[in-house]
Ligand binder design. Structure first.
Ligand code: GAR
Length: 212
């Protein structure tokens, strides 16, 4: 059975979705860069090993990433799953887990990489927004896409309302993506593209605003 380590920084609702999904893998540890991350307590309640590696204990990104990698490697995971892990990772770290490092981002990448995705989508007046699961490459938030979910942006939406609508979809697509990975149905090829082999993808068109 494949082994995964999950990295979080806060609430951990995506981690919770992964823990509850009955995935065909062993979640061997949850690691946070914040000792007070709410998700660490949730993981403990599920009987999962937890570690806190506070980034502020390190003088630079490289030394933090080295400590993080040492902790991750002690669990010998097949995949490292970022679930609301809010640290920019060094190129060395990303390359160390090439094809095995996965992230979820609250936008339809490549639109709205970075922070404050919901606010920026509202400001731009887009009608469709969403979330993306992707392989991590050294380009921030721009690695090959595994799965995306789109939601409509509704008239009078606030960033909070939109983020809740998107988060609901995150909790659906992240377990799906990790399931495919663990079953060997999706992988990163030599051309740095996501390749699907036997993964079933339902693809109804989503058009917004709604058409009568
Ligand atoms: C999620 O919306 C996730 O997509 C986002 O942080 C939130 C974490 O929530 N991640 C990023 O913005 C990464 N660039 P959670 O802790 O409840 O899963």
């Amino acid at each position: 059975m494949k082994k995964i380590v999950i990295l979080i920084s806060g609430r951990g609702s995506n981690m919770q979705a992964l823990l509850s999904a009955g995935l065909p893998c062993q979640i061997t540890a949850v690691i946070s860069n914040r000792a007070d991350a709410q998700g660490l307590e949730t993981a403990r309640q599920h009987g999962i090993a937890t570690r806190a590696i506070p980034h502020c204990d390190y003088t630079d990104r490289a030394s933090f990433d080295m400590a993080l990698a040492a902790a991750i490697d002690s669990y010998q995971p097949d995949f490292v799953v970022l679930a609301g892990f809010m640290r920019i990772l060094t190129e060395q770290f990303v390359n160390r887990y090439h094809g095995r490092l996965i992230n979820i981002h609250p936008s339809l990448l490549p639109a709205y990489a970075g922070m404050h995705t919901h606010e920026r989508a509202l400001q731009d007046g887009v009608k469709i927004h969403g979330c993306t699961v992707h392989f991590v490459t050294p380009d921030l938030d721009l690695g090959p896409v595994i799965i995306q979910a789109a939601v409509p942006v509704l008239y009078n939406d606030t960033a909070q309302m939109l983020s809740e609508r998107v988060l609901k979809q995150e909790h659906i697509i992240y377990p799906q993506a990790i399931r495919w990975l663990c079953e060997g149905k999706v992988m990163l090829n030599a051309e740095k593209k996501s390749v699907f082999n036997g993964a079933e993808i339902a693809s109804p068109a989503l058009i917004a605003p709604h058409m009568e």
